[in-house]
Design a protein around this ligand. Sequence first.
Ligand code: MRU
Length: 369
Amino acid sequence: MKVNGKPYRSIWLNNNGWAVDIIDQTRLPHEFVTRTLETMQDAAQAISVMQVRGAPLIGATAAYGLALALHADAGDTNLRWACETLLATRPTAVNLRWALQRMGFELERLPADMRAKRAYQMAAEICNEDVDINHAIGQHGMDVVRNLWDKKPPDAETFNILTHCNAGWLATVDWGTALSVIYQAHDDGIPVHVWVDETRPRNQGAALTAWELAAHGIPHDVIVDNAGGHLMQHGLVDMCITGTDRTARNGDVCNKIGTYLKALAAFDNDVPFYVALPGPTIDWQMADGVNGIPIEQRDSREVTHVAGKNNDGQVESVQITPDGVSARNYAFDVTPARLVTGLFTERGVCEASESGLLGLYPEQKGPGK
Ligand code: MRU
């Protein structure tokens, strides 16, 4: 997508041909800063501190992190250590494991002197595939949006979509997942308006989704996380679309904390609740998302403090809780499949269930099924 008229992906190979450049998302929306990753540790750090974030981008960064590791030392021990280090950066988004397994499986079978070159190729393939996948998700999702828009009364002026967290191009290599649908619906002439959940504690909605939507000229309003239920009760939400960090085989979807409450409110108010996801976000080994998906717990300081721009234009962090308060920071929750109207994937739209997913990904049925 474009930033000040210049096309960007969220991660790309540096001009030197081996280092990797990223957009430092901790500096948005107030500053647009890029950063160069030169070592595997740089990549691991960028994922841990969330300079890069979002399930598909975490996977892509890990892929390039492995390439950086092998650029330095392509031996077996370093390959294993790099995979372990990168895998430990964040627990919930399954794209991390997917990318490392895909690359590790092939790379460990290659002679050491061929590994680095192939690792860079594979990382680039993962990135390019992600772009194509997300574009296709947007196309399929847009058909559903158009259908719902066509059913609105003729005097309706906007089609109101609520989204949570940031599932835009910044969370992927390009296009985004939930926002890919929104971008393409807007570009296709549907008068989309977006309710952007602020998404405490790290405010990915207020900071990143709002920044992306403004850059693309899409009308939107940032709302506090607790506003969605009220808006739905009053007919002000036509549809919810979120992303997901891991979707279980049974269709349960794990996403940023608070997604579950939006799905409950949507269910209670007959608002369609869709989740957009690339195939690599499906964890086929996870039978039950609610009981099985590991939920990241982050530093309680993210709850007790908020960062923002002060009146002098400086970004600063302020404490909003009493001194010494105890806080817990669960970063994700799981929405049971029964609350999800449907899944937007690169292969089409399906029911959130094992049979729905297997209908689109029959190769995952396994022998004899
Ligand atoms: O903690 P984050 O910012 O990495 O969480 C990101 C999300 O929860 C997104 O909604 C999710 O990764 C899907 S985006 C393609």
